[in-house]
Design a protein around this ligand. Structure first.
Ligand SMILES: NC(=O)c1ccc[n+]([C@@H]2O[C@H](COP(=O)([O-])OP(=O)(O)OC[C@H]3O[C@@H](n4cnc5c(N)ncnc54)[C@H](O)[C@@H]3O)[C@@H](O)[C@H]2O)c1
Length: 307
């Protein structure tokens, strides 16, 4: 039996989800409060599918497009839905109104996800009867090419809801991470906001031009960060790995952190956790080899960067 996702709110992110799920063979019902928007969302999604096919990222845009079902009413959208994902505006009031309606209408065992990018589910699901089936499933934009998705349960979200979403996201070829507790902005946006705020600060203080800040990301940090994270980057920036890096440069991070207003000490516990994670992936005697792998990845990226 074909599975069906109901998208409540069919703007930019609704359309992104539609590509992800139609690509995975799911039926996709679009609903939007704005008359005509669901139809338009199906057309926008078809254009993205065609672009992916033209670039060799999809076998048949036509086959995926057959799964797209724009509908006007919410009731029709959720009828027969296997999973429901809300993508309306980013305010607790909007999310609450939609979740109240969904919780009263969607049958009991169907999970209700929210694309919220900053607001934890506990801010709008606390008083719902079915609050244990509500959860944040926060994608990146566009989710069909940037596969990270944050799964953020509220304190009362059932373990089975969380597991379902982790499995579902893997099934539709995304890369889920699970937050151990709620925090406003989750992980991706908190990291992004820290960096973007400082970028604005550097421009505002006259330290660097906007163009040079862009270059710093594009030709500096971004190149490495496109295939490895900050921990692996540090691991390869000292001959004996991350712990050496932390000893050599930890104080510089603290000093800069003071100016940035984020001067938290690197705790030994955090250092050990990061080190264990890195060593499980690359033992110390393989670190130099991993450095060469990084260089090969960079060579490929640099040669592709203008295409
Ligand atoms: N844009 C991004 O890059 C991005 C990335 C990840 C997550 N998100 C999150 O996804 C959600 C949607 O963002 P977006 O960028 O797609 O916004 P958008 O403005 O493009 O789309 C929102 C859609 O929801 C519709 N809508 C509003 N109220 C509704 C209701 N009660 N019922 C049905 N439809 C309703 C609007 O008509 C609109 O078409 C937000 O929570 C946002 O934070 C956005």
């Amino acid at each position: 039996m074909t599975k069906r996702i109901a998208l409540i709110g069919s703007g930019l992110i609704g359309c992104g989800w539609a590509v992800v799920f139609s690509r995975a063979g799911w039926d996709v019902a679009f609903h939007d409060i704005k008359p005509g928007r669901a139809e338009q969302a199906a057309e926008d999604t078809k254009a993205s599918l065609a672009n992916l096919e033209a670039c060799g990222f999809l076998e048949s845009a036509k086959d995926c497009a057959k799964h797209l079902i724009p509908v006007e009413s919410l009731d029709t959208a959720i009828d027969g839905a296997t999973f429901v994902q809300e993508n309306v505006l980013e305010t607790p009031e909007e999310k609450l109104a939609v979740f109240q309606e969904l919780d009263s209408k969607v049958r009991g065992n169907v999970i209700l996800g929210s694309s919220a990018s900053t607001i934890p589910a506990s801010e709008f699901t606390q008083d719902l009867e079915g609050r244990e089936r509500c959860i944040i499933v926060h994608p990146c934009n566009p989710p069909y090419l940037v596969p990270l998705v944050e799964i953020v349960p509220a304190p009362w979200t059932a373990g089975s809801t969380t597991q379902y979403c982790m499995d579902l996201m893997t099934e539709v070829k995304l890369v889920p991470i699970l937050l151990q507790k709620e925090m406003y902005g989750f992980v991706l946006n908190r990291l992004q906001v820290a960096l973007v705020n400082e970028a604005m600060h550097l421009v505002g203080e006259g330290v660097a031009s906007p163009e040079d800040v862009e270059k710093t990301l594009k030709n500096g940090l971004g190149l490495r960060w496109s295939f490895m994270g900050p921990f692996q980057t540090m691991d390869l920036a000292a001959p004996t790995g991350f712990k050496e890096y932390a000893t050599k440069f930890g104080h510089s991070y603290r000093n800069m952190g003071k100016e940035l207003g984020v001067a938290k000490e690197w705790s030994m516990d955090a250092i050990n956790q990061v080190d264990q994670f890195l060593r499980a992936d690359v033992p110390l005697d393989k670190l130099a080899e991993r450095g060469q792998w990084r260089d090969r990845k960079l060579m490929k990226l640099v040669s592709d960067s203008d295409s």
